[in-house]
Design a protein around this ligand. Structure first.
Ligand SMILES: *Cc1c(COP(=O)(O)O)cnc(C)c1O
Length: 385
């Protein structure tokens, strides 16, 4: 008898989330309102830094777009990011008419290589967008130092990085211009769809709040009178429709309370994989620096050069054994849009390309049992020649 298919990812939604959503539905207020405000306040408290502003949005993509827009990124500018990411990181740069400068990763961490960033800077460079790939912090001290020396903005794509620490401090508090988290269905906490823009910059937060809802602003009125009529607003820019709903925030409020417990379960699964897969012709995922926390959004294995099986065939064997797995990501330089627009070739990104050809992501999520983890590890062993 074959055991049931083990999906690659599944959210963990508890009765608390369900009750909060029902409460929202019964309240008569379903779009942006009191629950979004509470989720933003809870998120700031979670990060534990009173200087932070949290702006809830309906996706991380929206948050990244708003952050770059507020920083004034536009035509003629270049933004440097990693090729080893999801297209959302880079596409928002193109929304604004700026250009993307893709760079390679450091092979040891699979994170953006600060030396490659430094080498890619031109007079047009406006910002750097690091991605905390798989939930492991990018080398933020080096990247922030490069940004400081060249007068560049830094927007962190933290879609994988809740909760991740870097030098003992949570991602979101590291001193970049903005950090954006994702609450997509397969991320470490979920609101179905959703995201959070976090910044220390009050003006950036204010611009993002205005632009997430059609460029509507009520503050302009406040300057002239203490009392703004409830119907009054001014449109100050052609904004977007990026607001989070209270229904989604209802999920987020309770998911956030579980974020540390979820991380501990994911870290325990990663440790079980590490132990069960040691000594095989595999490169196990990079570990965080001593004392730092990895969010373990992804568990990315690489087949060693002497593994004796091609990655695509290896994944087929795992699927045949009833194990869902995936590849994160097909590097941007291989996608037709990015490849053709910037005349990119694999040889320009040797480390990302090398990793891509050998890597796969194993299931790692809180609803997996220890038996599920051992089943995956056994299937990996069996799939090796
Ligand atoms: C998921 C993801 C995003 C986009 O998040 P959404 O909330 O779906 O918009 C951006 N960057 C990376 C690296 C991601 O994994």
């Amino acid at each position: 008898m074959t055991p049931p298919f083990l999906p690659f990812a599944q959210p963990e939604i508890g009765e608390e989330e369900i009750a909060e959503v029902v409460d929202t539905l019964r309240s008569g207020w379903v779009t942006t309102g009191p629950k979004v405000r509470r989720f933003e306040q809870d998120f700031a408290a979670f990060l534990g830094d009173p200087g932070l502003h949290c702006v809830a949005v309906n996706s991380a993509t929206a948050g990244l777009h708003l952050a770059l827009e507020a920083l004034g990124v536009g035509p003629g500018d270049e933004v440097i990011t990693t090729t080893h990411t999801f297209t959302a990181t880079a596409e928002v740069v193109r929304y604004l008419g700026a250009d993307v400068k893709l760079v390679d990763i450091a092979p040891a961490t699979l994170n953006i290589d600060p030396a490659a960033v430094a080498a890619a800077i031109t007079p047009r460079t406006k910002a750097i967008m690091p991605v905390h790939y798989a939930g492991l912090a990018a080398d933020m001290p080096a990247l922030l130092d490069i940004a400081r020396r060249h007068g560049l903005k830094v927007v962190e794509d933290a879609a994988h990085a809740l909760p991740t620490t870097c030098g003992g401090a949570l991602v979101g508090t590291l001193g970049s211009d903005a950090t954006v988290f994702s609450f997509y269905a397969n991320k470490t906490i979920t609101t179905g769809e959703g995201g959070m823009l976090v910044t220390r910059d009050a003006a950036l937060a204010q611009r993002a709040r205005t632009m997430r809802l059609h460029g509507m602003n009520r503050d302009a009125f406040d300057r002239f009178t203490a009392k703004v009529p409830s119907w009054y607003y001014e449109v100050v820019a052609p904004g977007f429709k990026y607001n989070l709903t209270d229904i989604a925030a209802a999920l987020g409020i309770h998911q956030l309370k579980k974020a540390q417990a979820f991380q501990q379960r994911r870290a325990a699964i990663a440790a079980q994989y590490d132990a069960a897969l040691a000594g095989l012709p595999l490169i196990l995922p990079p570990r965080p620096a001593l004392g730092d926390q990895h969010a373990w959004h992804l568990y990315v294995l690489r087949l060693a050069d002497d593994a004796g099986v091609a990655r695509d065939h290896f994944i087929e064997r795992l699927f045949d054994a009833g194990i869902g797995c995936s590849v994160h990501y097909i590097p941007l330089h291989l996608h037709p849009y990015w490849r053709d627009r910037y005349a990119l070739q694999p040889a320009m990104f040797p480390h990302s390309q090398h990793a891509y050809e050998r890597m796969l992501s194993l299931p790692i999520y809180t609803r997996m049992s220890d038996a599920d983890v051992q089943r995956v590890a056994a299937a990996v062993r069996t799939a090796l020649p």
